[in-house]
Design a binder for this molecule. Structure first.
Ligand SMILES: [Zn+2]
Length: 389
């Protein structure tokens, strides 16, 4: 099985320069290849494959145009890959699978720096850093996300990309078909919610990360920068025809980047948190996990709740959990949204119809009392009617 992992990196200034230069050169080569073939076509000459273009570039073009020798400054593997990508774009066009290849624009295109394992020491990955050919050791932001070399995983190739001023590495790893872990003889019920992200039937509670001081601060900051951006737009519209137009345009561009960066940062924190929660849950190796269907309580229909629900990434949580369960051979049970997980007494099974959202404690006439969400998680765990994801 081949799996790809993408995560943010924390390159040094020097590495950033190298990455940008490589991506810039690759974009240039990609466009050059398209342009050159267009020219050949117009002259009625034969189409050049990536291989023949590479030979022509090195043996003819660069000899006659030494001012372009900077092409050789960056990783040749990456440059070669961009020729191959351009060639693939052409072949797809010839097979009528896609439209005529387009030129890659700066900042708007998906050009990446490609690397491949050549030497035993290449692509060595540790918990906190990865060795990328031509860049050296690059720090990873999320420690331990990519399986490490010491664990026996081998990275064959990968790419480095940049989006909104952030840098990412994506690697391909061959995962041997390992045996699935031995699962424990118990199940887990998870009650997802707004107040707390998750309450698990083993007693573990996961907080709503949006309620942490750090995220509240970032959200506030984002709102402020967004307001600042719309102010700048208004301002720009007003003095559209004046001399200051160009300066303002740059100003707006800067602000857009600022907003994007903040947005990404917030999204990353949320995504990281979801990953951590999923990992923590499956770590206990239950034989099954039960959750409620996503539309629980019609939360998304409620305008006041829908933003809170969206920002908690329940959908992503379920997708990640489902993938993880599949990988480890655990059963993921989905309980119907009409199942009264909160209203059911876990002890005697009677249903408390007048339970309000504000009741944090579940108190039953039979003498049982428990935290409301914990009671719900126990009921989910023991639910007998469910579908398997
Ligand atoms: Zn009871």
């Amino acid at each position: 099985m081949r799996k790809s992992y993408k995560t943010e990196i924390n390159p040094t200034q020097e590495q950033i320069q190298k990455i940008n230069k490589t991506i810039g050169t690759c974009r240039f080569i990609y466009n050059f290849y398209l342009a050159h073939n267009k020219e050949l076509y117009n002259k009625g000459e034969k189409f050049m494959t990536a291989k023949s273009f590479s030979v022509w570039l090195n043996n003819e073009f660069l000899l006659n145009n030494p001012e372009y020798l900077w092409i050789k400054d960056v990783s040749s593997k990456s440059v070669k890959k961009s020729m191959e990508n351009a060639y693939t774009a052409f072949t797809r066009f010839f097979k009528k699978q896609s439209r005529f290849p387009r030129f890659k624009k700066k900042n708007k295109s998906d050009v990446k720096m490609y690397f491949v394992k050549n030497n035993p020491k290449d692509c060595f990955c540790e918990r906190h850093r990865i060795n990328i050919p031509t860049l050296g050791w690059v720090r990873l932001k999320e420690k331990g996300y990519i399986p490490t070399t010491k664990q026996g995983y081998v990275i064959k190739s990968g790419t480095v990309s940049c989006k909104a001023g952030r840098y990412y590495v994506s690697v391909l790893i061959d995962i041997p078909n390992t045996e699935k872990p031995k699962l424990n003889n118990f199940g887990l019920g998870i009650d997802l919610g707004i107040k707390e992200f998750a309450v698990i039937s083993n007693g573990i509670r996961k907080k709503n990360i949006n309620k942490t001081a750090k995220l509240k601060k970032l959200e506030k900051q984002l709102k402020r920068e967004q307001r600042c951006l719309s102010r700048k737009y208004e301002d720009f519209k007003k003095r559209n025809n004046k001399m200051k137009g160009e300066a303002t345009r740059q100003n707006i561009q800067k602000q857009v980047l600022k907003v994007q960066k903040l947005h990404h940062r917030i999204e990353n924190i949320r995504a990281d948190y979801i990953n951590k929660c999923v990992n923590e849950i499956v770590k206990t190796k239950p034989s099954y996990i039960t959750i409620e269907d996503l539309n629980v309580k019609g939360m998304m229909k409620n305008r006041h709740l829908s933003k809170a629900v969206a920002s908690q990434k329940f959908y992503e949580f379920r997708t990640k959990l489902e993938a993880k369960c599949k990988e480890l051979g655990m059963e993921l049970r989905i309980v119907d949204r009409w199942y009264p997980s909160s209203k059911l007494c876990h002890e005697c099974g009677c249903i408390k119809r007048d339970l309000k959202l504000s009741d944090r404690e579940y108190i039953c006439e039979c003498g049982y009392h428990a935290d409301r969400d914990y009671n719900a998680s126990l009921n989910l765990r023991d639910a007998t009617s469910y579908k398997i994801a």
